[in-house]
Design a protein around this ligand. Structure first.
Ligand SMILES: Cc1ncc(COP(=O)(O)O)c(C=O)c1O
Length: 376
């Protein structure tokens, strides 16, 4: 029996599978699942393992140590390191069969040296900066890079990628400009004699809003987990929440009208009120701006009242008949037909669902369930 408080995040692999199938149906090509940042807070090993059984083609991480965690857990799916590779990481990349995304000659030369040391040809993907202005090679530097790459025999240019800056705004002209720049870069790479296995550009937003015929790999993240890549996608996407943050009523009390509640007494009971104390707070990722938001009890919405504490929130459960200590409360995710989505939290907090999921802290144990999951 667990000695922990009854607050946990249920990771629903059947929902993950549902979202994966939506992505598969739309993609029509190979799919790389982005599982960086502990699979956006969902637990990278469990998510990657499940995706492996679904038939995912590649996994994408941001950090070498994230890739190593997957390898240490016995995951053999090809892994692309989407972030930077730092000096001295080459041997670990090679030994873990982790493919880096590189964008400068110095990094490629270091990989080549490692390849020479091992007597192997090591693959890498070339990242082109088409308008994100973060990582990647500026197209003006491409010719020089290709000239420098030509004599390097221990590396193989196995992929070309870029990243959209405004794909979450499907009407933005920036994406079309980025695509044009990408096509020109691709043409130059092919003209130099390279035939990379993978060409990829699309995150979730681009996958569900653009068609890029040159690409044969997509890189969804947030949609796997049931989050929307932008408000514009709400009417089109049928996704299910993978993370369900649940707890239980720890204490109930009835307070008379006029009683102040929690720090600052920012909420004062307008009538006799039944309050339920729930053991979750901002230390768990339950953001302080979620006061006046909602939670689910018996599949119905109840209101969060008073200041969010580090370890506690309070719910107004006055209208719930025979409410009892120990009843389950869903803070995020599904209870019956009702859903409190990451996007609902995000709208209240003023952020994006990505941050909502990533912010659910390590203090909240992840409990993986696969109820109703049928993978052929
Ligand atoms: C390079 C790259 N590709 C793909 C993704 C996945 O994006 P999304 O979660 O919006 O699908 C990310 C996430 O930030 C990324 O950095």
């Amino acid at each position: 029996m667990s000695l922990c408080r009854p607050t946990y995040a249920v990771i629903d692999l059947a929902a993950l599978h549902h979202n994966y199938l939506q992505i598969r149906a739309r993609a029509g090509c190979a799919v790389l699942a982005v599982v960086k940042a502990d699979a956006y807070g969902h637990g990278a090993v469990a998510v990657a393992r499940a995706l492996g059984t679904f038939g995912i083609d590649l996994l994408g991480v941001a950090l070498l140590e994230e890739a190593q965690e997957l390898r240490d857990a016995g995951i053999t799916t090809p892994i692309l390191l989407l972030g930077e590779t730092f000096v001295g990481q080459e041997a670990a990349l090679a030994s873990g069969a982790i493919i880096p995304c590189l964008s400068d000659l110095a990094s490629i030369r270091r990989l080549d040296e490692e390849g020479r040391r091992l007597g192997r040809v090591l693959p890498f993907h070339l990242k082109i900066d088409t308008g994100m202005s973060r990582l990647g090679l500026l197209p003006t530097d491409l010719a020089r890079l290709l000239a420098g790459l030509a004599p390097l025999a221990q590396v193989r240019l196995d992929g070309v990628l870029s990243h959209f800056a405004l794909a979450d705004e499907p009407d933005s002209p920036v994406s079309a400009r980025q695509e044009d720049i990408f096509r020109q870069a691709l043409a130059a790479i092919r003209a130099a004699g390279y035939a990379p296995t993978y060409i990829h550009f699309s995150n979730s937003a681009a996958l569900f809003s653009r068609a890029i015929p040159e690409c044969n790999l997509v890189r969804p993240g947030i949609t796997l987990y049931g989050g929307l890549p932008g408000a514009a996608f709400a009417p089109h996407l049928e996704l299910q929440p993978v993370m369900n943050v649940r707890s239980q009523i720890a204490r109930l009390k009835t307070i008379p009208a006029g009683t102040g509640v929690s720090y600052g007494h920012h909420f004062v009971a307008p009538r006799e009120t039944v309050l339920a104390a729930i053991p979750i707070g901002y230390a768990d990722g339950y953001n302080r701006r979620l006061t006046n938001g909602q939670a689910l009890l018996r599949g119905e919405r109840v209101t969060v009242v008073g200041t969010i504490c580090m370890d506690w929130i309070l719910l107004d459960v006055t209208a719930v008949v025979d409410v009892a200590v120990g009843e389950q409360v869903t803070l995020l995710g599904r209870d019956g037909d009702e859903i409190i989505s990451g996007d609902e939290w995000a709208a209240r907090i003023g952020t994006i669902s990505y941050e909502v999921f990533c912010a659910i802290s390590k203090r909240v144990p992840r409990v993986v369930v696969a109820e109703g999951l049928k993978v052929p």
